[in-house]
Ligand binder design. Structure first.
Ligand code: HEC
Ligand code: HEC
Length: 380
């Protein structure tokens, strides 16, 4: 019976373009700018649909005048597909087994999963600046959608709101997989220009990009263009010093490391890197290619000791190859995100994208790890 209702709802929902009830509540909360303190800011203020739900500003101002975040707000496209934080075993250069962090939300991976993440913006002093659970619940109850919270205590009101946001961010509109690269991988070789095809070749061979921005499948049945690992690219220092993953784990070797982002829709999400220090994709490619040969161009970085010199910094790519890589980035842009129809806030959903219900096996909560515990064989 439940299945029939869901399927029926899925069909009607598909025809009408509406979300299932919980996701629809999440959408309303996502758009609501009256919850912050002072009012005026909501998720939508820093995650702009036109910029693939990233922030085109280097860092985002908070609801409270004068407050500023320290990181460039990332895209929320595919964010619900980022695997939960986990420890992965690998071998270091001496052949010793070590455990490295993968997955988790935020650029330093500090939130275990999306449900853990969505609560933070409400209470962050540099974001929506709500004092406590009580204030948030009180505000949620007073909104048009407040009837959804009838009979619930403060904590339950907020939990329902967080779950609703997660349900919304899992919706097909955030995971259409309808970029030209997807058509190319589905067999239409004409979907990419000659330059983009050369770029893809560099990406997967001499550029070494695909070692971190995976073109194969890992945690999801389609490539996410990330391995969800962490690394220090030696981003030019700007703004506040930011310890990244090392600030969470307390491990000096992880200072300055940030999550490998998905490159899907990257052409829409300038500026780049965790601190928004690089303006254009062309410069990002030049940085990868010649970082170590042009120290005066890129200036100082905050954690030189952990910078990755093995995989980048002197790639010896030609100018043509650099241009081909830049061209390739455009092939990662979802068609639904370019030219969102007039009068619509959110991109449309292309036909055939599986519903969240159909993909629920991928959204099962995973076990938590203590990232600050000693990482030795047998400890995990
Ligand atoms: C003031 C601007 C601002 C507001 C408001 C805001 N965000 Fe963000 N968001 C950011 C920034 C900046 C980051 C990166 C922060 C970090 O890594 O520490 C981020 C990160 C995220 C991430 C993690 C993405 C990833 O790749 O790990 C998610 C998911 C997210 N925000 C969802 C939301 C939701 C849902 C709301 C509303 C409840 C919201 N944000 C409100 C600026 C904002
Ligand atoms: C060793 C892993 C690794 C390799 C190899 C790698 N990247 Fe990255 N990439 C990262 C990490 C980590 C970041 C985020 C760094 C930060 O925020 O400071 C990143 C960021 C980016 C960004 C900016 C994304 C954004 O939203 O800010 C682009 C574009 C990019 N990489 C493209 C490439 C290309 C093209 C190559 C090959 C030339 C490549 N990457 C090779 C790990 C890697």
């Amino acid at each position: 019976m439940k299945l029939i209702v869901l399927t029926w709802f899925g069909l009607v929902g598909f025809l009408l373009g509406v979300e299932p009830p919980l996701a629809d509540l999440g959408k309303q909360i996502f758009l609501d700018t009256a919850l912050s303190n002072p009012p005026g800011q909501g998720c939508i203020s820093c995650h702009s649909p036109k910029a693939a739900f990233a922030d085109p500003r280097r860092v985002s101002p908070g609801a409270m005048k004068g407050r500023m975040g320290r990181r460039n707000a990332p895209s929320l496209m595919y964010a619900a597909l980022i695997p939960p934080q986990r420890l992965e075993d690998t071998y270091d250069e001496n052949g010793e087994l070590e455990y490295i962090v993968e997955g988790g939300l935020f650029l330093d991976g500090r939130a275990h999963d999306l449900l853990d993440q969505v609560r933070h913006p409400f209470f962050d002093k540099n974001e929506m600046n709500i004092a406590d659970e009580e204030e948030l619940a009180g505000k949620l109850r007073k909104r048009d959608y407040g009837k959804e919270f009838e009979g619930l205590g403060d904590k339950e009101v907020n939990e329902k709101a967080f779950e609703a946001l997660v349900a919304f961010l899992r919706e097909p509109l955030f995971r259409p997989f309808n970029a030209r690269i997807d058509e190319y991988w589905a067999g239409n070789k004409e979907a990419l220009s000659l330059s983009e095809r050369r770029g893809l070749d560099v990406f997967q061979t001499s550029g070494g990009c695909a070692t971190c921005h995976l073109t194969g499948v890992a945690s999801w049945p389609k490539p996410l263009l990330t391995d969800s690992g962490f690394d220090n690219l030696g981003a030019p220092a700007i703004g506040k010093i930011d310890p990244g993953l090392g600030g969470i784990t307390g491990k000096t070797g992880e200072l300055g490391q940030f999550k490998v982002p998905s490159l899907r829709n990257v052409a829409l999400t300038a500026p780049y890197l965790h601190n928004g220090s690089i303006q254009t994709l062309k410069e990002v490619m030049e940085f990868y290619n010649k970082r170590d040969l042009e120290p005066e161009r890129w200036g100082v970085t905050n954690y030189p000791g952990t910078v990755n010199h093995e995989d980048m910094g002197n790639l010896e790519l030609t100018d043509q190859e650099v241009d081909d890589l830049v061209a390739l980035m455009d092939a990662f842009t979802d068609r639904t995100l370019v030219g969102i129809p007039e009068g619509r806030i959110f991109p449309e959903v292309p036909p055939g994208v599986p519903t969240t219900e159909e993909r629920k096996a991928f959204f099962i909560p995973k076990r938590r790890h203590d990232l600050t515990a000693p990482r030795r064989p047998g400890a995990e």
